[in-house]
Write a protein that binds this ligand. Sequence first.
Ligand code: PEP
Ligand code: MN
Length: 341
Amino acid sequence: MIIAVKRGTDAAELRDFTAFLENRGVRVHRSEGTSQTVLGLVGDTTGIDEEGLKAHHLVEKVIRVQEPYKRANRLFHPEDTRIDGTGPDGRDWHIGAGNLGIIAGPCSVEGQDQILETALAVQKAGARFLRGGAFKPRTSPYSFQGMGCKGLDLLVEAKKAAGLPLVTELMDIRQLELFDQVDIIQVGARNMQNFALLKELGRCRKPVLLKRGYACTITELLMAAEYLMAGGNDQIILCERGIRSFDNYTRNILDLSAVPALKRQSHLPVIVDPSHATGLAWMVPAMAKAAVAAGADGLIVEVHRDPERALCDGEQSITHKGFSSLMESLKKYAAIEGKCL
Ligand code: PEP
Ligand code: MN
């Protein structure tokens, strides 16, 4: 971080200001020009509040040279991070560092036979993880809100029957005690900047799938990951799921450039959700393949046995058959990218 000091600052003020900065754990390198003094801060500047500094009466300008995130930054961790676990079938699973994690299942669990049937179908087609929401963040309070605790029990039953690790969304930290059998906790787009939730999940030792808020920048997503990591949880998977823009042809705009951008800035695995990004089942396979070609470490795809009758997100859900043919083509794409499926 570089600070240009206001003209007319005297030596005593500069000394006090330097001490103020050094008290925040950085070394201060001073360069005196003919008309301007510039201070270079050396060391960990994550504890320095840039906005607060700009408000200081001696400060003319602040320039941040390094990104405000540290633990998520590739600069300090050049190798790709791999998230690992063991599934209910005893098999180890991996996401990142050359491993493509395919997560599939319905938007919501709707009943025992529905989730069981889809869990077995996606497993047969080659998915490595089961998704399904029990607690649903719906725009309208009158829409189906998910089956709650009962839904979670059904998901756990289905994960065991299919032998697949379970990914499901947590909306409220009070639900955490119910998530014992959940393998990856999803933080949805609407909660990406729920900092109280992120702080609590930072203390937990389970992998977190962190979805990008639909009006959040790449840096904001990485700062949300930083919240989790600052709490000690380094098992974070980032997810691009579409952002808001002016065109409403698709439900959101899939920002595929976020994949190489996030992978350049961070060592964390990045997956793509082509279902919420497009909102259109027929577009999901094309975007899923494009995501793998763009370097994604995995996909989260909504699959329903009868999309027309789905209680949530039917329009963007592909059928069991559709998922099976998508998996067939993904095998080829994974091979081209040199990734293990
Ligand atoms: C979901 O995965 O079902 C979901 C609600 O996703 P998002 O938070 O991306 O909208
Ligand atoms: Mn959904």
